[in-house]
Design a protein around this ligand. Structure first.
Ligand SMILES: Nc1ncnc2c1ncn2[C@@H]1O[C@H](COP(=O)(O)OP(=O)(O)O)[C@@H](O)[C@H]1O
Ligand SMILES: [Mg+2]
Length: 277
């Protein structure tokens, strides 16, 4: 049984009450084409500072592409993206793009740790090289972050000796080591064995509970329902519907959302099927 123990912090005050409310990320009328045709067809999405926002939707609907636009990996044809007031599309020089990526962490399905480096070195390499931290400072920070993701005893292990869930938690700690304003999580549990999904979701849930601003693309519907302030449902490159998690999951307004949720709940690995609300 793929039951996941969600951290008790999820049951505290409503997410929307927990944090301050100014917009950290603002996306307006985003359009993007790949060779095969239009992929994003006018995406609007706002994330306030301290919010956890989830994007759900069928495979191929443009979720990853939205995240790639946010951190400047791909450039949209039309529309605007602002992070803390900075126009992402105007960041053209290498220096500007690096500065942007320092502020936006990205955690992928494939954790991409350096296999020849210890966990500790994986965590300290970017803070030392990009942020100019001393070895002592970077290592002290790394140990604290490993404790946070419950891997304090793995500092000197190599990635190959860790489970998928442990490696993904190292990848999250590595992202946190850069102190990003915003973290993008793209289906970070999709490649994991069922028994390690929960430990990764718990870590992300705690970060969200602490007020780390994040955007999550996930298929774990119960988890999205528990931790999200706002949920966006995408299909064919448009936001079909968005709203507070309770409303979108409990009383979806759009028939497409309803059908998608019905199917997704059958495949959810984060919890037994949602109660009807
Ligand atoms: N680099 C690419 N080149 C061409 N087409 C792409 C590329 N990346 C994604 N696509 C297409 O764009 C659409 C949206 O992809 P994606 O954003 O990855 O969807 P999702 O994350 O929702 O599964 C899909 O039809 C996909 O095939
Ligand atoms: Mg994707």
């Amino acid at each position: 049984m793929n039951r996941v123990a969600l951290a008790p912090t999820f049951d505290e005050a409503p997410a929307s009450d927990r944090h301050t409310q100014d917009a950290l990320l603002s996306i307006r009328d985003l359009h993007l084409d790949y060779g095969g045709g239009p992929v994003l067809n006018g995406i609007d999405l706002t994330v306030k500072r301290g919010q956890a926002v989830s994007i759900i939707g069928p495979s191929g609907s443009g979720k990853s592409t939205i995240l790639r636009c946010i951190n400047g990996l791909v450039t949209p044809r039309r529309g605007s993206i602002h992070i803390d007031g900075i126009d992402v599309r105007a960041q053209q020089s290498d220096a500007e793009r690096i500065a942007l990526r320092k502020r936006v962490g990205f955690v992928f399905q494939q954790y991409n740790l350096f296999p020849h480096l210890s966990v500790l070195d994986n965590l300290t390499i970017a803070p030392r090289r990009v942020l100019g931290k001393s070895r002592e400072e970077a290592e002290s920070d790394a140990h604290a972050l490993l404790a946070k993701v419950r891997l304090a005893d793995k500092a000197h292990a190599y990635p190959g000796a860790l489970s998928g869930g442990q490696q993904q938690r190292v990848a999250i700690a590595r992202t946190l080591a850069m102190r990003p304003d915003l973290i993008l999580f793209d289906e970070v549990t999709s490649a994991l064995d069922p028994e390690t999904v929960g430990e990764v979701l718990n870590v992300i849930g705690e970060l969200a509970g602490e007020g780390q601003t994040c955007v999550l693309v996930t298929h774990e519907m119960r988890f999205a329902a528990e931790i999200s302030d706002e949920v966006f449902f995408t299909e064919r490159g448009v936001i079909v519907e968005h709203g507070p998690a309770g409303q979108l999951f409990g009383q979806p307004r759009n028939e497409r959302t309803r059908l998608f949720l019905q199917r997704a709940r059958g495949e959810d690995r984060s919890h037994p099927p949602l109660r009807a609300v």
